[in-house]
Write a protein that binds this ligand. Structure first.
Ligand code: ACO
Length: 401
């Protein structure tokens, strides 16, 4: 519902809109979203078509530059990224300093920020050419950082990719390749991963994209903006929901699998428990990505011959929610992350890496939002406030307080 107040302050009229529920922060030509009708399009292309027919790198190009690439453009983009797929050896020392127990999202955000020290030219981007260089750098180095955060957790030696592979397969190999063992992956796993990354690639002015734009608006540079976006994505109300969902489903399973009991908990306003993976700020009918992902979960698990009781619990919860007045009235439906964790797990990706995978998928969206903001020469982001604190007070030294 509408929740806007307009208040007069000494500075004039200020609109107070907590959580920016009804405030547009920019004009954008990247992603179209109709929350009532459940429509999502990247640059005018239906998400259903892109998930089915395109690959992640094509979608990245589309989001960032506005058009689907032809063969020559895609080859150039891909090769420029490959040329940038090494990170400075000193970065290994930084990674080495983290405890093994560190959450991969914190590690990834820190490493992304640390990249600036080794690539200082990525900060001042005065031309489209400078921007392009910064973009292919981060697209090339990010999968390496993603893979390394996992390898660190698994005590595996740090590696680099194989230039002969596609973007997603290369990422997968970097993550899972083990010394002395021949790397082999089922093609369906790469296809499923590619699809998940596409579905996560952009979602207009969400919390992390707005963070990227906000930080970027101070001209802090692309990598610093992306690092901030990763931190924003980490939270369980945003990208961290995919980890929270699987932990919740596991918890329900361990408790005996009574979905009804947890539905009641979610509705109890005195209980902080929320049904993770349900509800969305914008989608109030269904999340089109959730539809695609639910189908994909069935296909992937079926194809790999996995019988996961957690998928049955998820379907049970969804069915109950669709018939429950509380959820129906508040238009709470499964969002993209309700089923994504189940697929990630089936693909052998550990739970703590789920949000990292989301970050990798969202990378092109963050880049596209940042680039659009810079090209449009948007002013620095600086919201106003309504001050409700004390009036002028007399200072007393500590001895008199
Ligand atoms: N379980 C139970 N009740 C819920 C849930 C939920 N998952 N989500 C919303 N509600 C209730 C709220 O308690 C509120 O009820 P009230 O009107 O009686 O007070 C009403 O529905 C509206 O919810 P808000 O929190 O005001 O909606 P908002 O737009 O601020 O929040 C959000 C959206 C954060 C996604 C919320 O639905 C939520 O916390 N969901 C669970 C976390 C999650 O899945 N996040 C991932 C989002 S998708 C993404 O980032 C990729």
């Amino acid at each position: 519902g509408i929740d806007i107040k307009t208040l007069r302050s000494e500075a004039g009229m200020i609109t107070l809109d907590r959580g920016y529920k009804n405030t547009g922060s920019c004009e954008s030509a990247i992603t179209f979203l109709d929350g009532e009708k459940g429509i999502l399009r990247y640059r005018g292309y239906a998400i259903e078509d892109l998930a089915e027919k395109a690959n992640f790198l094509e979608v990245a190009y589309l989001l960032i530059f506005g058009e689907l690439p032809n063969k020559a453009q895609l080859d150039k983009f891909s090769n420029d990224i490959k040329d940038q797929s090494e990170v400075d050896e000193e970065m290994k020392k930084i990674l080495d300093g983290f405890p093994k127990s560190a959450h991969p999202m914190g590690v990834l955000s820190s490493l992304t920020s640390a990249l600036i020290a080794f690539n200082p030219s990525s900060v001042n981007v005065d031309s489209e050419e400078d921007m392009y260089k910064a973009i292919v750098k981060i697209m090339g180095k990010f999968p390496v950082l993603v893979a390394w955060t996992l390898r660190k957790k698994n005590s595996l030696p740090l590696n680099y990719g194989d230039d002969s592979l596609g973007y997603v397969e290369n990422l997968h190999e970097m993550m899972f390749e083990r010394p002395g063992k021949k790397y082999n992956v089922d093609k369906s796993i790469i296809e499923a991963l590619d699809k998940l990354l596409i579905l996560h690639a952009d979602h207009e002015q969400n919390c992390s994209a707005s963070t990227v734009r906000m930080v970027g608006s101070s001209h802090a540079g692309l990598f610093a903006s992306i690092s901030a976006g990763i931190s924003a994505l980490w939270g369980p109300l945003h990208g961290g929901a995919n980890q929270a969902v699987i932990e919740m489903l596991e918890g329900i399973k361990a408790d005996g699998g009574d979905t009804h009991k947890f539905m009641q908990k979610a509705k109890d306003k005195d209980d902080p428990f929320r049904l993770m993976g349900f509800g969305h700020r914008v989608y109030k009918n269904f999340d089109p990505r959730a539809k695609i992902i639910k189908r994909s979960a069935d296909e992937v698990l079926g194809g790999l011959g996995i019988d996961d009781p957690v998928l049955d619990i998820a379907k049970g919860l969804e069915k109950e929610a669709l018939e429950d007045q509380y959820f129906v009235e508040r238009k709470l439906y499964p969002n993209v992350d309700f089923y994504s964790g189940i697929i990630y797990r089936a693909l052998g990706i550990p739970v703590e890496m789920f949000t990292v995978m989301f970050a990798l998928g969202r990378l092109p969206g963050w880049i596209a939002q940042w680039r659009e903001m810079r090209l449009k020469k948007e002013p620095i982001g600086r919201p106003r406030q309504i001050y409700v604190g004390e009036n002028l007070r007399e200072f007393k030294p500590v001895s008199e307080r």
